[in-house]
Every structure is written in C-alpha cells, then in structure tokens.
Design a protein around this ligand. Sequence first.
Ligand SMILES: Cc1cc2nc3c(=O)[nH]c(=O)nc-3n(C[C@H](O)[C@H](O)[C@H](O)COP(=O)(O)O)c2cc1C
Length: 409
Amino acid sequence: MERLQIGNVTLENNLILAPMAGVTDLPFRIITEKFEPGLVCTEMVSSKALFFGDEKTKKLLKRDEETVPVSMQIFGSDPETMGFAAQYVSKLADIVDINMGCPAPKVVKNGDGSKLLLDLNKAEEIIKSVVKNSTKPVTLKFRKGWNDENIVACELAKIAEKCGVSAITIHGRTREEYYSGKADLDIIKTVKESVKIPVIGNGDIIDEESALRMFEYTGVDGIMIGRGAIGNPWIFEQIKYYLENNKKMSAPTNKEKYEIIKEQRKIATERNVTSLERYKLKPNSMQVRFITNLKNILQKDEKRALLISATGTGKTYASAFAMRELGFKRVLFIVHRASLAVQAKKSYQRVFGNSVSMGLVGAGYYEYDKDYVFATVETLNKDAHLQQYKVDDFDCIILVTTTKHCERK
Ligand SMILES: Cc1cc2nc3c(=O)[nH]c(=O)nc-3n(C[C@H](O)[C@H](O)[C@H](O)COP(=O)(O)O)c2cc1C
C-alpha cells in the first residue's frame, strides 16, 4: 500500500475513514483502527460551539489510545470563529479538516457546510484563517458544487492549494443530490489533474471493486470511505488485502461480527464519551414509554424486538447497516408520528439508495413485503393484520427517535 503524506504527517496507507456525525465517535474509531485505515476522522464539530465552550462538543473531540492519526473536522462560516476552532482543535488533532460539504438543512441554513460552495470568497477567507491559526496540517473536504449549475470543485481546489491546504477530499456529488444517484468520478479525476497537493476521492466506495475503480479511474492519491464502513469497519482490511494480493480475503463470520459489535458497545460503556448518552435510556423518557408500548404490542416474544433507541440518525443508520450485516434481512422501523415515518423512509432511501427496498405502513400504505418497513406504534396498534402475524416476519425491530440529520426542508 502507498503511504500518504499530508503536510508533515505520514499516513501508513491511503485508505481513510470519513467523518460521519453520529457514527465516527471514539468507540467506532477505536474499532475501525483495528482494521488499519491510514487515517480516521471525527464527527464534524461546530466552530461556534467550541467558541462558546460547549462541553458536549468538546467531548466529541476526546481521544484515547488511538493507534492511527486522527483528523478532526470543524464547520462554520465565520472566519474568526473558525480560526479560534482551528487553534483549539490543532492542539488535539494530527490534522485539522474543514467541512464544506455537509448538506443538512440545519447546517446549510446558517451558511455553513456546503452553503459555502455558493460563496468562494467567503470560503477562501475561512480557509486562510484556519491555515493561519492551525499548528497542524489543514485539509478541506467538499462536494463538487451546490447544484448542476454551480460546479466549483476545481476552482475551490485551486483556492485551497493557494491558501496552504495540505490535501483535499472531494465527494463527487452536489449538495442538491444529497446522497442520490452515483458519485461523479469524472469531476474527481478533473480535480486531481488540476492541483498538485494530494487529492482524496470520496463517494460510493463500498467494496474492493469500487475502491480499485476510484483509484484507477481518477488517479487520486487516497480514498475516503463513509457509509461503506458503517457496520462494516473491516472494509479497510479487505480493500488493503485486495489491492495488495489481487484477491479477496474471506469476510468475517457473523459470530466475529457480533463480537466486534459487542466490543464497540463495551468500549462505549467503559469510556465516558458523549455517545454513551445515546445508548442510555432515561427513566420516564419518551423512549422508555415507547418501548413499554412496543412490548405490549409484541407481548411474548421480546427477543425478536431488538430495540435500538437511536437518538441520532447516524446511529440509526449504523444499526440498520449492522442488522443487515448480521443477517437480519427484514427490519421494522418504528417512529413517533406518521409524518415522521414518511420522512424516515425518504431519509433512508437517500442513504441506502435502491440497495434496500423500503415500505410504509399506515395512511393507506401497506407495503409489508419490503426489506425495511416504516410504521408508527399507533399504526401497529390499529392494524390487527400486522399484530396477528406480520410482525413475526421481521427479523428485527428498531425504534427511531429522530430523523433530523437527513431531513430536508
Ligand atoms: C450518517 C452520516 C454522517 C455524516 N457526517 C459527516 C460529517 O460530519 N462531516 C462530513 O464532512 N461528512 C459527513 N458525511 C458525509 C461522508 O463523510 C461522505 O462524504 C459521504 O457519505 C459520501 O461517502 P460514502 O459514499 O463513502 O458514504 C456523513 C455521511 C453520513 C452517511
């Protein structure tokens, strides 16, 4: 495997775990590092939150016994605040990454993330401020543009290079595309050809073949893997083996996978990291009421009801991927309200694409035959048909408490 030089940091190889909010927390990174990526990235953190000393945000940046270099990602649109965040983060990180790709409405509405693709002057000011204030190499991660009428990837790559950025990551989609369609490898190739600093290609790498294709087609210096690593951290080891030996290593057994999941859970429990709060059920909380409700519906067979009270969509996606990896083919997602079931279905579709068939129960829809089915407790209560025997068809039931991350206005 080729090493990758980012400023004065040498990565052992050029396979990188993408930053993913709600997913790449400390326990997930520690687990992934066992499969030896060259670099791992934290979840994005708000520069404003750091500026105001928010404790929860600071906790997201906790490091512990990590065996590979860690990149910490900051987002924001005020150059001074971003400069402050760069100073703060560069004391903890090996690399400081700037986010100009996040499509989430709650980020974009403040002018942050991918919104900066519409204002390259502002983007340049931010990059300059971060480079000036960081004591560690700075990298920039962005999408190819806001929409098809605004493809700015090459221009932004050149600005970044001029301002002293040490490497860039390009996700081959526009903000408007969110996660739909296919990542555009042509734009990644063009970006690679337009700058001299290392270029990392990102988008739709899910296995050995797609990794090889990204390298061969675009000529990038490194690749970054996001969704393909959720519930599947061994992907790094698999890709490395394939690239080195031109054949595939065998996939971990379900038992091995289960052990890894248990270990991740153990690490999360042992360390007092923010994500722990996500695993805990608070007495009398809505989640507990929900679960009680659900148990009443399911009555006897509680084993099947593998309840994951996900309070962040990232965790929910992670658990959804994990369920599939563990061989649970049919999953029932329970959300609060009918409108949320529709939204949740759409959000999942955006992330999983056509690889999973999705159905909806309620408001006239009865799409039980799909792999992932979305419903509300109310619908289940009302629908005698589902109660009587359809619930038995599902391998697993996941409780979804929010779908905010991928909601669109
Ligand atoms: C649940 C989730 C959370 C994400 N959070 C971040 C983030 O915090 N920062 C960021 O730059 N990108 C984030 N992304 C985008 C990924 O880093 C990556 O660019 C995108 O998923 C495309 O790569 P992939 O096809 O390998 O998943 C997130 C993606 C997902 C699915």
